[in-house]
Design a protein around this ligand. Structure first.
Ligand code: GLY
Ligand code: MN
Ligand code: MN
Length: 464
């Protein structure tokens, strides 16, 4: 945990940002895999971690805005628990670590909330995403479990977003720890990648790098020679010379901050000219958007700039045609780049996504663009100093999408379907992703940059 003052300050700022009432933050419970006592690896809720830091199941935090008090609700272990789990810290001791003196047994929450509701006080809670917490909120508030997300407090969501989206220096240090683990994962994948190796061997080994340090990957590893499938979790293929292996992975730090990087490398160890051609367009989209990233600019405009760089490059290769701006306005780039440029990153790899993307990535000034491709952009609003984001442009040749657009004549004035089909249909996909801190007047890449220039990648791959 960070120093207790960190959590006290965060709760104080939250109270100042809110009008009145009680804020209930539900920690996560254990979650069973295939029978009640066989649980998934425990992951605490990120908002609970942010305001209380206690990394244990079965905790609730209640923040009383009007009376300026904070209370932890949890049960101390009993002798039976100690027999199976060993001695555990007392709830009161854990609460002290986040600067809280008031503790109550878990079930006391029912009476505390019932009393507040009777007194006409507002109960603010975040949108629950785990079934157990939806049921708990139903029991506490009387709102049915399938509707509790609709009753989450927008005032609370907005206040949390405004705090969590600006990272402190000590949070950046944690993210850089996660980036260092991610660096090892990626370089190990580069060294293991060879024709004949099964993808799972590499995916399992790099997952082990995160696990063996006492951490977990920040999301399920994406590793595939079929990189045109954006989130490919199937790792059954035997790597083939001539294919590209796309690896999108990251780790959590000890305090659960994320990293998230993507690299795409040639299975044979050497990029072909054709692969270099597409690769260099994606690389210029990444470097070009990093050069634009600074406070005050909307991320939506940076996303559209990535689309323009990609379109320009594809026109030069003869895969697209016409005017760059007109093609991007029409959304023609999205057949090749059908996702958003990036997202915020912090305690969640897609930071705060559980609070609702519209509240995290957009505001009154910047609204989402409802066009295929750009509609998937998770972050559109103006950047601020202290934001941590990923930039992750890509170019993909997705046969089913190419066929659909060709058959329906979608953007046929901007796409050379004949050349795409004749020469690139089986190309796969390339994505490159770096983690970036928005600074006073620009940005910087977090962690040591994972090798990205084709010559550097080839050199690492040749060393094994
Ligand atoms: N979690 C995959 C990505 O956003 O890059
Ligand atoms: Mn990623
Ligand atoms: Mn990402």
């Amino acid at each position: 945990m960070f120093n207790s003052q960190v959590y006290k300050t965060r709760r104080q700022k939250l109270k100042s940002a809110m009008s009145s009432g009680l804020i209930l933050i539900t920690g996560n419970p254990e979650s069973p895999v295939n029978y009640p006592d066989n649980g998934y690896h425990f992951r605490q809720d990120s908002d609970f971690l942010y305001f209380f830091g206690i990394d244990q199941p079965g905790f609730l935090g209640l923040i009383d805005i009007d009376n300026d008090t904070d209370t932890i609700f949890a049960n101390d272990v009993d002798i039976e628990d100690i027999i199976w789990m060993g001695p555990q810290p007392a709830v009161a001791d854990l609460a002290k670590k986040c600067g809280i003196d008031n503790t109550k047994p878990f079930n006391a929450i029912f009476e505390s909330i019932a009393t507040a509701i009777k007194a006409g006080r507002k109960i603010h809670f975040i949108p629950a995403y785990r079934a157990e917490n939806k049921i708990l909120l139903q029991q506490i508030t009387g709102i049915s479990a399938d509707r509790v997300r609709d009753y989450a407090s927008l005032e609370l969501i907005n206040a949390i977003v405004s705090l969590r989206e600006v990272k402190d220096d000590f949070e950046i240090e944690e993210i850089e720890k996660a980036c260092a683990i991610g660096y090892n994962m990626h370089v190990t994948a580069m060294k293991m990648c060879k024709p004949g190796v099964v993808e799972q061997e590499i995916a399992g080994t790099i997952e082990g790098i995160s696990l063996s340090g006492g951490n977990i990957p920040s999301f399920p590893i994406i590793l595939s020679q079929n990189g045109e499938t954006l989130h490919n979790h199937n790792h059954n293929n035997k790597l083939q010379a001539g294919k590209l292996m796309l690896t999108d992975c990251g780790s959590e730090s000890p305090l659960h901050y994320a990293s998230d990087n993507t690299r795409t490398i040639p299975v044979s160890g050497k990029f072909t000219e054709k692969q270099r051609g597409i690769y260099n367009i994606v690389l210029s989209a990444l470097d070009g958007t990093i050069a634009l990233t600074k406070p005050g600019i909307t991320y939506q405009s940076i996303h559209l700039e990535a689309a323009k760089i990609i379109t320009k490059g594809l026109i030069e290769l003869g895969l697209m045609k016409g005017d760059v701006d007109a093609a991007v306005k029409a959304g023609a780039h999205a057949m090749f780049f059908p996702h958003g440029l990036g997202h915020q990153m912090g305690l969640d790899v897609h930071d705060m996504e559980g609070l609702g993307q519209i509240h995290v990535g957009y505001d009154a000034e910047t609204r989402p663009i409802d066009q295929f491709g750009t509609a998937y952009l998770r972050l559109g609003k103006k950047l601020k100093k202290g934001f941590v984001i990923t930039n992750e442009p890509g170019i993909y040749f997705i046969p089913a999408l190419i066929d659909k657009w060709e058959k329906e004549g979608i953007n046929k004035e901007f796409i050379n379907f004949d050349k795409v089909n004749a020469e690139y249909r089986d190309f796969g996909g390339i994505r490159l992703e770096d983690d970036i801190l928005v600074t006073e007047d620009g940005c910087r890449i977090l962690g040591e940059r994972i090798p990205i220039y084709p010559d550097d990648i080839e050199k690492i791959m040749s060393e094994n």
